[in-house]
Design a protein around this ligand. Structure first.
Ligand SMILES: [Fe+2]
Length: 433
């Protein structure tokens, strides 16, 4: 083979190799591209899956957050309701007021037409304590036996109930609702330490709105607040009564020092309370006045018997000792926190309206109203009781004395009120008590 032929052959082989190389390269590239495409497709697929999973998780989180937010909102609303109702309950110190506030709030929070609160008596009967909305037309002396009607059923079972009149069927409870044209009704027990003490019932009559399970839960919370407030009040009243009995025993012991003043403090307390009731003073003030009237002369414990029981006129010095008894009384009472409101009345029970009394010479409205009342009650009791140096005045004579000294020794307004009470008792043929 000639050189030129060889050269041609080599060129052809090179060309062939180049061609084959190019083919392989192309295939390789194609393969690579293919792999790349496949890889891209796979990656896109995985990404999509991942995104979907992520979205699902996010959606779950959002849903959970929504639920948590709703639960929190419900809890906050419930707490706000508890706080608002509790704040309203602290103002009153009687069960009727508590029941009234509870019924009002039940209507407001449940958007109900009416609400009524009934309390159990001797575990046998429910008696109506407060009714608001349409329930106000229910007679105030309404009573139900345990087991009677919807309220009686709840009192008997201790279970809350949500009723829809349109689903009455044969159930007696619902038929009763239909008769009363009630559309929807919730009744929950008032429970204290597991014991049912009453019920609260809300109804929709005109209102087409149907109560829900959420409404039932809200009413149960209101019912729990009511039960707690009512039982706390009962306990408070009980401890107050025990305290007053102790005070009365103490007052009787003071009065017993002198045969002539036996029962004096109790009678003074009775007159003072009659005046305070007539003046419609707040319950808290009346309690202080009752206790102060019982204890007003507690300072006499410090007066020697020979001065206290002296039948003849007292010397100047002896009178000075007598005049110290409101101060001595204050010294005795001061350490007792529960008697903080009573102390100023004991201190001022010998002040005179014109400012000439003792201990401080306070005058007019400077003297607490409770002390102005006790002064009138004390004077009337003393005048109408037998004393070593004089006989008792009759009611008319004592009333005349009070009238004459109204504006000087006594508050004229208090005297007027007391005279009206005496007139009323006289008209009724009763002795003042
Ligand atoms: Fe006195």
């Amino acid at each position: 083979m000639s050189v030129s032929q060889k050269t041609v052959k080599v060129k052809e082989e090179k060309k062939e190799l180049s061609s084959q190389y190019a083919k392989v390269l192309e295939e390789l590239v194609n393969n690579l591209n293919g792999t790349g495409q496949n890889l891209n497709q796979k990656s896109r697929g995985k990404g999509k899956l991942k995104s979907q999973r992520l979205l699902t998780s996010l959606s779950d989180i959002v849903e959970t957050l929504d639920q948590t937010r709703n639960q929190l909102q419900t809890k906050v609303a419930e707490l706000a309701m508890v706080l608002e109702i509790s704040q309203n309950l602290t103002e009153g110190l009687n069960i009727n007021r508590i029941a009234g506030v509870i019924a009002e709030r039940a209507i407001s929070y449940l958007q109900a037409d009416s609400a009524a609160l009934m309390l159990l008596e001797d575990d046998k009967q429910l008696s109506l304590v407060a009714a608001k909305g349409l329930s106000e037309h229910i007679p105030k002396d309404t009573r139900l036996s345990v087991g009677e009607g919807v309220a009686g059923w709840v009192a008997k079972t201790g279970e809350p109930i949500l009723l829809e009149a349109e689903r009455a069927g044969d159930w007696d409870l619902l038929k009763a609702l239909n008769r009363e044209k009630v559309k929807s009704c919730i009744c929950v027990p008032l429970k204290y330490e597991g014991h049912t003490i009453g019920v609260i019932i809300t109804t929709n009559v005109i209102n087409e709105r149907h109560f829900t399970q959420d409404n039932l839960q809200v009413l149960q919370i209101i019912g729990d607040i009511a039960a707690l407030a009512i039982e706390n009040l009962k306990l408070f009243k009980k401890s107050q009564r025990n305290f007053l009995n102790t005070v009365a025993a103490l007052a009787a012991a003071i009065d017993a020092k002198d045969a002539y003043t036996r029962g004096h403090s109790e009678r003074v307390s009775s007159y003072a309370m009659a005046i305070a009731n007539e003046m419609q003073l707040p319950e808290k003030d009346k309690t202080s006045i009752e206790t102060a009237a019982l204890l007003h002369d507690i300072g006499k414990i410090g007066i020697p018997d020979d001065i206290l029981e002296k039948p003849s006129k007292l010397t100047e010095k002896e009178y000075m000792v007598i005049k110290m008894h409101p101060y001595t009384g204050a010294q005795i009472i001061q350490p007792i926190e529960m008697l903080a409101d009573v102390l100023p009345l004991v201190v001022a029970h010998h002040e005179r309206f014109d400012g000439t009394g003792y201990l401080e010479g306070a005058k007019g409205k400077e003297i607490p109203i409770g002390a102005r009342i006790i002064t009138v009650a004390d004077a009337f009791e003393a005048m109408t009781s037998e004393r070593p140096h004089r006989t008792a005045l009759d009611v008319e004579q004592a009333a005349k004395e009070l009238k004459e000294k109204a504006g000087t020794q006594f508050d004229p307004e208090v005297v007027d009120i007391f005279l009206k009470i005496l007139e009323r008792k006289k008209a009724l043929g009763k002795q003042p008590k």
